[in-house]
Write a protein that binds this ligand. Structure first.
Ligand code: UD1
Ligand code: MG
Length: 446
């Protein structure tokens, strides 16, 4: 009893291994290092950081190696409290863990080791592992999974009585061992002293010529230490990302989870299977998201808004309450006022659309002059005729209108309540703007 509560109070250090090359993603020059691969708007490693954060570890160590400067640039802003440890050369997961632990020479307590290529990791998975480890007062606890075809993953070898013996890498496994369906997720907790000891004994005489952390687990077990292999409830959500099929599977898991969270909070998503909502999007309850819609990180969507089908929102676009962005509408770094509508085939880039404005079919904000981006302002209640091109920087005043296919040039704009038509656009005399025949020149669509 006393022992258990002392185990529960042990300090926690987390080692995150992210020095590897990501060889199986192919040698594409413009690809970021694996740790920084974008997964639903966040770097892969940021998902891992978020899974760890609620554990509030006393120490966090991030092992960096391949393109370390780029990963370090991320760490220094996103995770300043993590200690960066360079690993040169990258001589295997055991080597990486040894260097990381050497950075905490006096640490006594539990050491959680997490491979930095598991973006689907959740705080609950780690909490459950830690709780099992401490409840059993084990020297090491391995999070395992069971899947019919574990592919290249390490296999968990158990004795006839089911006790954990060791982990064998697929490349080093016998045909019988390859048939084992229980695999190593690459997430472990060790008591610091046991890990320190085991890491001094590693050899690199294996198929990959690397020091394997997996051998350290076997070493603790072989020396009579208590090792627990704990099966994760949903192992498919813990598969490391090694090739593009793994990336797609991980993103699919994250994507489904994000959609579910929004739906549980009252957002109506017609077809989550074709809806991509990246991380860190705010959607008010009562908003509706139609199929084949992509909403980028940082976007905010108000109550009762309708987005899609086939809409794309990015750059932190803010959509007001009751606004509608319909099919084939792209909005980037824009604010869409309450009740405003752009329902068909429209690009709103760097635009501020006032409340209640109507943006007709095929409207384009030409925001880029080849060198710089410029903003477009559309006033409240304005009506932008179909096919209008607003060449930024440009402002359309409150209640103003443009005719179909008008091209409004930079700096010219349309005064409040005026109507502009033609290419380049000219403002109609106010006499002609009585509104009697408004439906003609404006060519609006709604
Ligand atoms: C590893 C495990 C395997 C497990 C699988 C789970 C070993 C030897 N094998 O295989 O049992 O089933 O993960 O996904 O541990 N890394 C470094 N430095 C290195 C090498 C790797 O920091 O020198 C990092 C990588 O960046 C990566 C992680 O460690 O985040 C795992 O390395 P990876 O090469 O992906 O190992 P796997 O082959 O997936
Ligand atoms: Mg891996």
């Amino acid at each position: 009893m006393g022992e258990q509560s002392s185990a529960a109070n042990r300090p926690l250090a987390v080692l995150v291994l992210a020095a590897g090359k990501g060889t199986r993603l192919g040698a594409v020059a413009d690809l970021p290092p694996k740790a920084l691969l974008e997964c639903l708007g966040l770097p892969l490693i940021e998902h891992v950081r978020r899974a760890i954060a609620p554990l509030e570890p006393a120490h966090a160590v991030l092992v960096i190696g391949h393109r370390a400067d780029e990963v370090e640039a991320w760490r220094s802003t996103a995770w300043p409290e993590a200690l960066p440890v360079p690993q040169v050369p990258q001589n295997g997961t055991g080597h990486a863990a040894r260097l990381a632990l050497e950075a905490l020479p006096d640490f006594v307590g539990d050491v959680l080791v997490v491979y930095g290529d598991v973006p689907q990791l959740r705080p609950d998975d780690l909490q459950a592992l830690l709780a099992a480890h401490r409840a059993a007062d084990a020297l090491a606890t391995v999070l395992t999974g069971v899947t019919p075809e574990p592919g290249l993953l390490g296999r968990i070898v158990r004795s006839a009585s089911g006790a954990f013996e060791r982990i064998v890498e697929a490349r080093d496994a016998s045909p019988t061992e390859l048939g084992i369906q229980e695999f190593n997720t690459g997430i472990y907790v060790f008591q610091a002293a046991a890990l320190r000891g085991a890491l001094t004994n590693l050899s690199a005489s294996n198929a990959q010529g690397e020091e394997y952390l997996t051998d350290a687990v076997g070493d603790v077990a072989a020396s009579g230490g208590a090792v627990v292999g704990m099966a994760a409830p949903d192992p498919s959500a813990l598969l490391g990302v090694n090739d593009w099929a793994d990336v797609a599977a991980a993103v699919a898991t994250l994507r489904a989870r994000i959609c579910t969270e929004h739906m549980r909070r009252g957002v109506r998503i017609t077809d989550p299977a074709t809806t991509v909502i990246e991380a860190d999007v705010t959607i008010a309850a009562g908003a509706r998201i139609y199929p084949f819609t992509h909403i980028g990180t940082g976007c905010r969507i108000g109550a009762g808004a309708r987005i899609g089908p086939f809409a794309r929102l990015r750059g932190g676009t803010v959509v007001g309450a009751g606004a509608e962005l319909g099919n084939f509408v792209e909005a980037k770094a824009s604010t869409i006022g309450a009740g405003a509508k752009a329902k068909h085939l429209t690009y709103l880039g760097d635009a501020d659309v006032g409340a209640g404005a109507n943006v007709g079919c095929g409207v384009v904000t030409a925001n880029y002059d080849g060198n710089a981006k410029h903003r477009t302002t559309i006033g409240p209640g304005a009506s932008i005729g179909s096919g209008t091109v607003l060449v930024a920087p440009v402002e359309v005043g409150e209640g103003a209108r443009t005719g179909a296919n008008a091209v409004v040039l930079p700096g010219q704009g349309v005064p409040p309540r005026a109507t502009a038509v033609g290419v380049p656009s000219r403002v109609l005399p106010s006499d002609d703007d009585s509104g009697e025949d408004a439906a003609g020149p404006e060519g609006a669509s709604e």
